[in-house]
Write a protein of this length. Sequence first.
Length: 178
Amino acid sequence: DKLRSELHSGNFTIVDWTDDRATNIFTVMDDLVDQAQQAMGGALSYMMLDWLGSALGSAHSSDPAMIRLILKQGANAAVEVAKKHNLATVVFAQANPMLAYNRVRIDSTTISECKTLGENYTNILGITGMMANEDEVGDNEPIYTEDQWLYLSKARKSAGTKVPWRREFGFQRFAMKR
């Protein structure tokens, strides 16, 4: 509730570029940032992209190498726009379940689509998927534990750190773990 009260049209906006499917994210990202800045009445602090995979327009392929290349190009385009507009960029990517389950360190090495997506980004924020013990899971209980971690791949003067979080799956929200 507190987060909802803090987010309003003066500090948060969603720009949906998918109305025109003849374009792709590469060609419209800069314009979308300008559009968001006008809607917000000033410069942005950050932009979030949910996720580039469906935003790449006509560049569809079933070849994994081609998909990785396209996603890498999309990530690079986001970084260039972020540099131009002096803002932080957050991009969501799906972790590889086989590599990420029950690991606290979720970073670019566990991203299933393209493991080099993080090269040009300042940081990677990984959300763990720690699974409950099979013997303790009932029929109507989540297979993931509520106690999870956020992994920051780069921290000031260190290789990375983990932050404890409680994931309330019933409400799909995070709470600081105390």
